[in-house]
Design a protein around this ligand. Structure first.
Ligand code: TXA
Ligand code: MG
Length: 318
């Protein structure tokens, strides 16, 4: 199917109340009409996602946004002007019409404008905002290719809109505007540095236990089957001598013969490239039946913050 046909087909399915997977610059999402509670309920079932975990709504223009939120504080406006379409989600007070299922009963809604031409056309054609949790079973790695979606949820959804591999590779940055100062709820594809260069200092959430303010903030999330241990491997290798060990390296390691498999996130040590490769690399390692995966910690600046956040949530012993 050509791209145009595929987009039309996907839009029709959404209008009929169906579920599709769609590409974005961050990860693939599971899409349905944000104003159709029955379709949204099916998304929760397919993902086996708890109902207390609210969804992000995707818009293609500001008219869509007005259907969802009551007001837009000036800092949010500045960021949207600068970074939309792009990997930034804003949490704002919601309009009464937004179904409770979308927001888990919260008085707020999370909204973003994804930077992918096919999905922007899809939303315009479907003529409704589209909810979009990552297209993976709850608690598992987010998909960054259509193939990943097919592997995990293929039989259960009506259509997969294939837009190629995701450019950014980690989910959007979530910022809440409910308090005096904006608060970072999830580090992601838009760096804190870029946000702060436009609106000044924002509050940063620590990882919370139990029921979190943004459930993607659950301490263990994005977990593969193979245990991941997040620490520098150089000191620890002896203790894993009789095990099948994989290495998730940031850059090319100079002497790493002892590993069964090695995935390098970015040979040149580039954060962007590393983020784009992250979930795919973990998936590949997870497919080798290893006893464990050692993941190398990386500096927590720029996109390194989002990468380390995802590694912590994927790991057994952070
Ligand atoms: O990059 C992304 O954001 C991807 C793509 C598909 O757009 N979507 C995504 O959705 O990561 P999901 O459902 O996997 O993560 C959404 C996160 C959840 O952790 C949820 O708790 C939080 O957004 N969230 C949604 N609505 C919220 C709200 N009203 N207040 C606080 N957090 C909210
Ligand atoms: Mg997710």
């Amino acid at each position: 199917m050509k791209n145009d046909e595929a987009i039309h087909h996907a839009a029709e399915i959404i209008q009929r109340g169906g579920i599709i997977a769609f590409p974005t610059e961050t990860v693939y999402g599971l899409g349905a009409d944000a104003f159709n509670p029955l379709a949204i309920a099916r998304i929760f079932e397919i993902k086996r996602r708890p109902y207390f975990d609210p969804l992000i709504v995707h818009v293609a223009n500001l008219t869509d946004l007005e259907k969802l939120v009551l007001e837009i504080p000036s800092d949010a406006k500045k960021l949207m002007e600068r970074f939309w379409p792009g990997p930034l989600t804003v949490v704002l007070p919601k309009k009464a019409e937004v179904p409770d299922l979308v927001t888990a009963g919260l008085p707020t809604v999370a909204v973003r404008m994804p930077k992918h031409p096919m999905t922007l056309s899809l939303i315009e054609l479907a003529d409704c905002p589209i909810v979009g949790p990552s297209a993976n079973p709850f608690g598992y790695l987010s998909p960054t290719t259509a193939e990943h979606v097919r592997d995990q949820l293929g039989g259960q959804i009506d259509f997969i809109l294939d837009g190629g591999p995701c450019e950014v590779g980690v989910e959007s940055t979530i910022l809440s505007f409910l308090e005096k100062r904006p608060r970072l709820l999830r580090p992601g594809g838009l760096t804190l540095e870029k946000i702060e260069s436009i609106i000044g200092t924002v509050e940063v959430n620590p990882i919370e236990e139990g029921r979190p303010s943004a459930p993607g903030m659950l301490p263990r999330h994005y977990a593969p089957r193979t245990p991941i241990i997040l620490k520098s491997w150089k000191e620890n290798l002896a203790s894993y001598r009789n095990k099948k060990v994989g290495l998730l390296a940031f850059q090319e390691p100079n002497n790493a013969l002892k590993f069964n498999h090695i995935e390098v996130l970015s040979k040149k040590g580039d954060f962007r490239e590393a983020a784009a490769n992250l979930f795919g690399a973990i998936r590949r390692l997870d497919g080798f039946n290893l006893d464990l995966i050692l993941a190398e910690p990386i500096p927590e600046v720029g996109l390194g913050r989002a990468i380390m956040d995802r590694l912590r949530r994927a790991s057994t012993h952070p």
